[in-house]
Structures are given as C-alpha cells and as structure tokens.
Ligand binder design. Structure first.
Ligand code: HEC
Ligand code: HEC
Ligand code: HEC
Ligand code: HEC
Ligand code: HEC
Ligand code: HEC
Ligand code: HEC
Ligand code: HEC
Ligand code: HEC
Ligand code: HEC
Length: 312
C-alpha cells in the first residue's frame, strides 16, 4: 500500500509546481485580494484528508486549462473566492475574514454559490436549470454535488438515490416498499426517468411525456396495439407507482380494486347470486383469485384479432 505521507507530499509538490504558473496575488474590484501562493497558502492550514481529496477529482487536472487547477486559473479561490485576507495573519480575538462557503446554512447566499459553479458550467446545467423546481426553491449545486471527494455520489448510480432522498422523503419511503424499481439494489437511479437539472417537460422527465419515458426501457409496452386499453395509452402512472408500491407489479391498488376504480360491477358483479337472486356474499367468478387479470391477461393491450376484451 502507498504510504499516506508520501502521497500527500507528492500532492503538495504538484501544487507547488502549479502555483508558479497561476495568476495569483490579484486584487478584485471589491478590493479583496487573492492569496499570494494560491493553493499552497490554503493547504498550509487546510491539509486535512477531506479537503485534499479534491486532487483526486476532475477539478484538479493541471493539463485542463478550464479546470480550477489548470494553468492561469485561481485554484482553490476559483470556487472559494479571494482568500488573501482569510489566509493572512489574524490578531488574537479578531475573526478570520470569511471566504465563500457552500451548502445550506452558510453565510454565502445560494445565488452567489451557484453563480460560482455556473461561471464554468452554465452549459452543463443547461438553460432549463433557470426556473426549474430546484432553482426556484434555492437548491444549491452543492446540495447535490460534492466536489472534495474522488467520486461524487450523485453521479454514481448506486449512491444517487440517497442524495435525492435527503429531501425527497416520500420517494424514499416508496422505494423501500416490496415492489419497486431496483433502487435499493443499486441497479437504477433517478436519472433513468428524471433529468435533474431541469427540463421543459413536466416533472423533469427525460422524454417528452411520462409514457415516452417508460418506453425508454419498456419498449414492448409502446404497441401499437390492435386493441388498446385507454388508460395505458394515456398514462402508465394511472395504475403504477413508479417509485414503489406494496402490490406485485408495482400497481397502486390490488386487483380487482384497481380495475374497479374505473369499471363498474354492472356486467361483472363482485358477488355471486344466491337462489333468491340476491348477492349471497361469496365472490363471483369475476373475482376468481381476486384478480380480473386471470381472464383479462392483456391489460396493456392486445394484438389478437379477437382480443377486444383484452383476454388474449
Ligand atoms: C492561517 C491559516 C489559514 C489559511 C492560510 C487559510 N485558512 Fe481557511 N480557515 C482557517 C480557519 C482557522 C478556519 C475556521 C475558522 C473560521 O471559520 O474562522 C478556516 C475556514 C475556512 C473555510 C470554511 C470551513 C469551516 O470549517 O469553517 C473555508 C472554505 C476555507 N477556510 C478555505 C480557505 C481557502 C480557500 C484558503 C486559501 C485561500 C484558506 N482557507 C486559507 C485558517 C486558514
Ligand atoms: C474554473 C472552472 C470551474 C469551476 C468554478 C467549477 N468547475 Fe466543475 N468542472 C470544471 C471542469 C473543467 C471540469 C471537468 C469537465 C470535463 O472533464 O468535461 C469540471 C467537472 C465537474 C463535474 C463533473 C465531475 C465528474 O466527476 O465527472 C461536476 C459535477 C462539477 N464540475 C460541479 C461543479 C460545482 C458544483 C461547482 C461549484 C461548487 C464547480 N463545478 C465549479 C470546471 C469548473
Ligand atoms: C437536484 C440535484 C442536482 C442539482 C441541484 C445540481 N445537479 Fe448537477 N447533476 C445532477 C445529476 C443527477 C447529474 C448526472 C446527470 C443527470 O442525471 O442529468 C449531474 C451532472 C452534473 C455535471 C456533469 C455533467 C456531465 O454531463 O457529466 C455537472 C458539471 C453538473 N451537474 C453541474 C451542476 C451545477 C453547476 C449545478 C448548479 C447550477 C448543479 N449541477 C446542480 C444533480 C444535480
Ligand atoms: C470546484 C470548486 C472548489 C474548489 C476548486 C475547491 N473547493 Fe473547497 N469546497 C467546495 C465545495 C462545493 C465545498 C462544500 C463541500 C463539498 O461539496 O465538497 C467545499 C468545502 C471546503 C471546505 C470545508 C468547508 C465547509 O464549509 O465545511 C474547505 C476547508 C475547503 N473547501 C477548502 C478548499 C481548499 C483549501 C481548496 C484548494 C485546495 C478548495 N477548497 C478547492 C468547492 C471547491
Ligand atoms: C436540497 C434538497 C433537494 C435535493 C437534494 C433534491 N431535490 Fe428535487 N426538489 C427539491 C425541491 C425543494 C423541489 C421543488 C418542490 C416542489 O416544487 O414542490 C424539488 C423538485 C423535484 C422534482 C419535481 C420537479 C417539478 O418540476 O415539480 C423532481 C422530479 C426532483 N426534485 C427530483 C430530484 C432528484 C432526482 C434528485 C437527486 C438527483 C433531487 N431531486 C434532489 C429539493 C431537492
Ligand atoms: C421509472 C421512472 C422513475 C424513476 C426511476 C424515478 N421517478 Fe420520480 N417520478 C416518476 C413519475 C412517473 C412521476 C409522476 C407520477 C408520480 O408521482 O407517481 C414522478 C414524480 C416525481 C416527483 C414529483 C412528485 C410530485 O408529486 O410532485 C419527485 C420529487 C420524484 N419523482 C423524485 C424521484 C426520485 C428522488 C427518484 C430516485 C429515487 C425518482 N423520482 C425516480 C417516475 C420516476
Ligand atoms: C431506465 C430504465 C427504466 C425506465 C425508464 C423505466 N423502467 Fe420500469 N423497470 C426497469 C427495470 C430495470 C425493472 C426491473 C426489471 C426486473 O427486475 O426484471 C423495471 C420494472 C418495472 C415494472 C415491474 C415491477 C415488478 O415488480 O414486476 C413495472 C410495472 C415498471 N417497471 C413500470 C415502469 C413505468 C410505469 C415506467 C415509466 C414511469 C418505467 N417503468 C420506466 C427499468 C426502467
Ligand atoms: C390499467 C392499469 C395499467 C396501466 C395503465 C398500465 N399497467 Fe402495467 N401492469 C398492470 C397490471 C395489472 C400489471 C400486472 C401486475 C401483476 O403482476 O400482478 C402490470 C404489469 C406491468 C409490468 C410488469 C409485467 C410485464 O408485463 O412486463 C410492466 C413492466 C408494466 N406493467 C409497464 C407498464 C407501462 C410501461 C405502462 C404505460 C405504457 C403501464 N404498465 C400501464 C396494469 C397497468
Ligand atoms: C383509469 C380507468 C381504468 C382503469 C383503472 C382500468 N380501465 Fe379498463 N378501460 C378503461 C377505459 C376508458 C376503457 C375503454 C372503454 C370503452 O372503449 O368503452 C377500458 C376498457 C377495458 C376493457 C375492454 C372493454 C370493452 O368493452 O372492449 C377491458 C376488458 C378492461 N378495460 C379491463 C380492465 C382491467 C382488467 C383493469 C384492471 C387491471 C382495468 N381495465 C383498469 C378504463 C380503465
Ligand atoms: C372468469 C373470467 C373473468 C374475470 C375474472 C373477469 N372478467 Fe371481465 N370479462 C370476461 C368475459 C368473458 C367478458 C366478455 C363478456 C362479453 O363479451 O359479453 C368480459 C368483459 C369485460 C369488460 C367489457 C365490458 C363487458 O361487460 O363486456 C370489462 C370492462 C371487464 N370484463 C372488466 C373486468 C373487471 C374489472 C374484472 C375484475 C373485477 C373482470 N373483468 C374479471 C371474463 C372475466
């Protein structure tokens, strides 16, 4: 195994080499100054493992001129803002002047935080970011993204749902139900259906409509069918809870109730008739196995010439 001492030393060396080419010791319009030695100034006090992990990320690629650690860039201060005064001497009892901090509950406004990231990433965030549910509700880039970590969890399929569940508790509890898309198994993430940065579609769907989103992976449900079932063609979520449900097949209600929310019992009464012609309380043949799908197997539509009743 590599010795931690050596690896940190080599990282610091790497930074030392870099800072010679960086544009440092500048002064901003507001008068606050950048530090003299760039990252080297900062690391003198902030050399904890968590902070140093940034050197394992795409942000610290010296050969990439666009990266904060690329030639001529401002290194730590590309994100944390001018830190000359913060890095300087502070008299006893005096507060250290702050730098830009990220995340909720810091003195830096969300607008200012996101502005830093958008300076370089307006293209990645996309035009739809502005005015999206997340932007409108002051969600920070750093609420979802971690940059001082080798692998940003929100970009990993296995870890992404947990990042989202921090705020989306209802979806967390649905995902824990017995029938769900395989989030807990780490095989699927929210990005399969939602385009998180914002979309012109409803609910940030990755495709134009809800159904088109489902067809991305369930193409066989697209049809066209000779005999369509109206609610299927209209909206898969009429019957399915896409984040998870307690019923097999991820349906929102168990059959026959699911079907009976729309279909009356007029032709298909729920209870058999006794000798007196009145319902005798035992389930009719239509509730056999408590499931309409025992006979109407083709609930998504049928291509059989005589499949109009969705039975074949
Ligand atoms: C002389 C030591 C020193 C130097 C140099 C220094 N800092 Fe700090 N920094 C501190 C101390 C002490 C704190 C925590 C106390 C505070 O917030 O006042 C802090 C806090 C921070 C914080 C907020 C984190 C927290 O836990 O409160 C950030 C971000 C930060 N520094 C970034 C930088 C950057 C970027 C540089 C280089 C431009 C830098 N620091 C240089 C001593 C230093
Ligand atoms: C000085 C420009 C600059 C700033 C400021 C900046 N980034 Fe980046 N960022 C980059 C570059 C360059 C890359 C690498 C892009 C590539 O390889 O295509 C990158 C990559 C990323 C990635 C992809 C990481 C990966 O593992 O693939 C994310 C996420 C990201 N940045 C988020 C942020 C966030 C959040 C902020 C604000 C806190 C921010 N960036 C600030 C330049 C910047
Ligand atoms: C609600 C969570 C969330 C917020 C807030 C968020 N992102 Fe992302 N970001 C993601 C996810 C998830 C991805 C992975 C791609 C996808 O699913 O669209 C991503 C991908 C990225 C990438 C990598 C793009 C690529 O194609 O590799 C960059 C860069 C990035 N985000 C920057 C930002 C910036 C800048 C902000 C703030 C303006 C921001 N993100 C806000 C969740 C978020
Ligand atoms: C790409 C933008 C970016 C760069 C470059 C960057 N940081 Fe950060 N820094 C962040 C973000 C965003 C956070 C909030 C935690 C997170 O998302 O990882 C943070 C958190 C911190 C913290 C903890 C502060 C807190 O509020 O708890 C310190 C200390 C810090 N950074 C210092 C540094 C130092 C030192 C450097 C240079 C070696 C540096 N940062 C480079 C964006 C950046
Ligand atoms: C810091 C909290 C936070 C995090 C983390 C977060 N969200 Fe959100 N999300 C919100 C807020 C606030 C709204 C707006 C709620 C509303 O409109 O009622 C929202 C709305 C949404 C919406 C509905 C959009 C709309 O137009 O109504 C979707 C879909 C969504 N988020 C998906 C995600 C995904 C996927 C992730 C993880 C990659 C995520 N969110 C992470 C806070 C968060
Ligand atoms: C299989 C596709 C799919 C996946 C994967 C998915 N969603 Fe959704 N999401 C939907 C559909 C469809 C809706 C609208 C209908 C509904 O709420 O049931 C929706 C709605 C939402 C809403 C808005 C709810 C509201 O009532 O406004 C949020 C928030 C959300 N999803 C978050 C998430 C999060 C977090 C994840 C990852 C754990 C995720 N979604 C994964 C399909 C999906
Ligand atoms: C990114 C791919 C993807 C998208 C998009 C997607 N699904 Fe799925 N779906 C899956 C996977 C993977 C499974 C699990 C298959 C397995 O376990 O064999 C699944 C399973 C299902 C199941 C069966 C669950 C069970 O317990 O048998 C239903 C129902 C379902 N999806 C409905 C939907 C609906 C409705 C949408 C649109 C809102 C949708 N899916 C979008 C990938 C996707
Ligand atoms: C009228 C209600 C209804 C609608 C609308 C509906 N489904 Fe289903 N779906 C069901 C039922 C019932 C099952 C079977 C559940 C079981 O296994 O007991 C099912 C099962 C599934 C399955 C898993 C088994 C299989 O057949 O592959 C998938 C995937 C699926 N549906 C996707 C979709 C998609 C995609 C849409 C939208 C195009 C959709 N469903 C619309 C009722 C519906
Ligand atoms: C959201 C409402 C809704 C739900 C839920 C629903 N259906 Fe339907 N169903 C319809 C509509 C609307 C039609 C088209 C009726 C027409 O054309 O007269 C239809 C047509 C049918 C037909 C063909 C009827 C005919 O006369 O040709 C059958 C069979 C059927 N549904 C069975 C089911 C079963 C089984 C379920 C439960 C898995 C179910 N439906 C759930 C709305 C629904
Ligand atoms: C034992 C098999 C069986 C079961 C179980 C069953 N059906 Fe049917 N269903 C049929 C047959 C056979 C027809 C065709 C009747 C006809 O053509 O006159 C039919 C027709 C229908 C029709 C078309 C309208 C009509 O009366 O012709 C609808 C809607 C329907 N069923 C819904 C349901 C629902 C909802 C359930 C569950 C409560 C259900 N079915 C359970 C056999 C069944």
């Amino acid at each position: 195994m590599e010795s931690p001492t050596i690896s940190r030393f080599s990282l610091v060396m790497c930074v030392l080499l870099l800072s010679s080419s960086a544009a440092l010791a500048q002064t901003t319009d507001s008068g606050s100054a950048y530090s003299r030695a760039g990252a080297d100034s900062c690391i003198a006090c902030h050399e904890d493992a968590a902070t140093m992990s940034i050197f394992k990320t795409p942000h610290a690629v010296p050969t990439d001129a666009r990266s904060p650690f690329g030639a001529g860039q401002l290194q730590c201060e590309a994100c944390h803002g001018p830190g000359g005064e913060h890095a300087g001497r502070v008299r006893r009892g005096q507060e250290r002047p702050p730098v830009i901090r990220f995340g909720a509950g810091t003195a830096t406004t969300i607008g200012e935080q996101n502005g830093v990231c958008l300076d370089c990433h307006s293209g990645d965030a996309g035009f739809a970011w502005h005015g999206s549910g997340h932007d409108d509700n002051e969600v920070a880039c750093a609420d979802c993204h971690q940059v001082h970590i080798a692998h940003d969890p929100v970009l990993q399929t296995a870890n992404q749902p947990d990042v989202c569940f921090d705020c989306h508790q209802q979806q967390r509890s649905q995902a824990l139900k017995p029938y769900s898309h395989p989030f807990s198994e780490g095989k699927m993430d929210c990005s399969g259906c939602h385009s998180t940065h914002g979309e012109t579609t409803d609910l940030l769907f990755v495709r134009q409509t809800l159904n088109d989103t489902c067809f991305e992976c369930h193409a066989e449900k697209r049809g066209p069918y000779l005999w369509e079932h109206a609610p299927v063609a209209e909206d898969c979520s009429t019957c399915h809870d896409p984040h998870g449900s307690n019923h097999p097949g991820m349906v929102s209600l168990r059959g026959p109730m699911l079907c009976q929310t729309c279909h009356s019992q007029a032709d298909h009464q729920s209870f058999a008739n006794g000798p007196d012609g009145l319902a005798d309380g035992t389930a009719s043949k239509y509730l056999l196995g408590r499931n309409c799908m025992n006979c109407h197997t083709q609930v998504h539509g049928s291509n059989h010439p005589s499949g109009s009743k969705l039975m074949r």
